[in-house]
Design a protein around this ligand. Structure first.
Ligand SMILES: [Mn+2]
Length: 307
């Protein structure tokens, strides 16, 4: 008898991101183990007919319509510092999925290259609300938020979070997150990610980087076992440095039925846009590399040299 292993996965989207959500889901289906059974939960507030139609191509997809007014009543136009409302949906997961014990939340700027089963079934201690991966510039973020930065504590990237919803409901974490958000809105540089880090602080399991492989690391880190690749920073649909993951992203996107041309996005960059890219890296550099001795790596990025 076949025993399928259910994996609850959640994404948030608006009309603009549906094609990327489809790309994520497609990459999951393509690279899953035979006995994985992904169940997709898609959070949205409004989508056009064309997008609803496209979403029908995904099996095991559950649509959850969110009332944006719960957010926008608190925030001007619902937007702050370039962050859109859908990014906040993840904070509502404990009540949105009352029958789900754990859910893997994914940003739409990821691709999944292997089975998610190991990650999804990782053991969590009684006090752990989530399993997550450390972000760039962890120390700086902790200091910025006034969190204890002593050994062992870390700031995580919220683009990939395995949430222990059962435990979060038990301790009323959703309410705590919204209290924190309303109190600090306008002062948070990384909106939902700052909320999650502040409220779940110390009560999360630190996972290996391969479960949220941040693409700027492609130039330094061993990515052999990368399971979830996260386009943190420059999105593959924006002009940027060439790397193999951008190529893979476009491959999966096109397999979902979109016929978009990606080559120019890489090529144009080399001709016209390099100065912009360099400025971006200079701006982000202190956040990426807090350790000494990384200047060489930085120069390699600028020169686009392979190792
Ligand atoms: Mn992201």
């Amino acid at each position: 008898m076949k025993i399928m292993k259910k994996i609850h996965i959640c994404l948030s989207t608006d009309d603009n991101y549906v094609k990327y959500a489809l790309t994520v889901m497609h990459s999951i289906m393509k690279n899953k183990a035979w006995d994985d059974e992904p169940i997709f939960h898609l959070l949205y507030s409004e989508l056009n007919e064309e997008n609803f139609e496209k979403l029908k191509s995904i099996d095991n997809l559950i649509l959850h319509e969110i009332d944006n007014s719960i957010f926008s009543s608190h925030f001007n136009n619902g937007v702050c510092k370039g962050v859109t409302i859908p990014t906040l949906y993840r904070l509502k997961l404990p009540s949105l999925l009352p029958d789900v014990k754990r859910v893997l939340y994914l940003d739409c700027d990821v691709i999944v290259l292997k089975s998610l089963s190991d990650f999804y079934n990782t053991t969590l201690d009684k006090n752990q609300y989530a399993a997550v991966v450390q972000d760039f510039g962890s120390l700086g973020h902790l200091k910025r938020l006034g969190l204890d930065s002593s050994e062992g504590n870390f700031y995580f990237n919220a683009g990939v979070c395995l949430f222990n919803l059962e435990k979060m409901r038990e301790d009323n974490i959703e309410q705590k997150m919204f209290d924190f958000l309303y109190k600090n809105w306008g002062h948070l540089d990384f909106s939902d990610q700052d909320v999650l880090n502040s409220v779940l602080f110390k009560n999360v399991k630190k996972m290996d980087g391969r479960y949220n492989f941040l693409t700027p690391n492609v130039y330094f880190a061993n990515d052999k076992d990368a399971t979830i690749v996260h386009f943190a920073g420059i999105k593959p649909w924006k002009i940027g440095f060439y790397n193999k993951y951008r190529e893979m992203f476009w491959h999966y996107l096109n397999e979902t039925g979109y016929n978009e041309e990606n080559s120019k996005r890489n090529m144009i960059f080399f001709i016209h846009k390099r100065p912009m890219q360099i400025l971006w890296f200079i701006k982000m550099y202190p956040l990426f590399f807090t350790k000494k001795g990384r200047i060489k790596d930085f120069l390699r990025i600028l020169m686009n040299l392979p190792y």
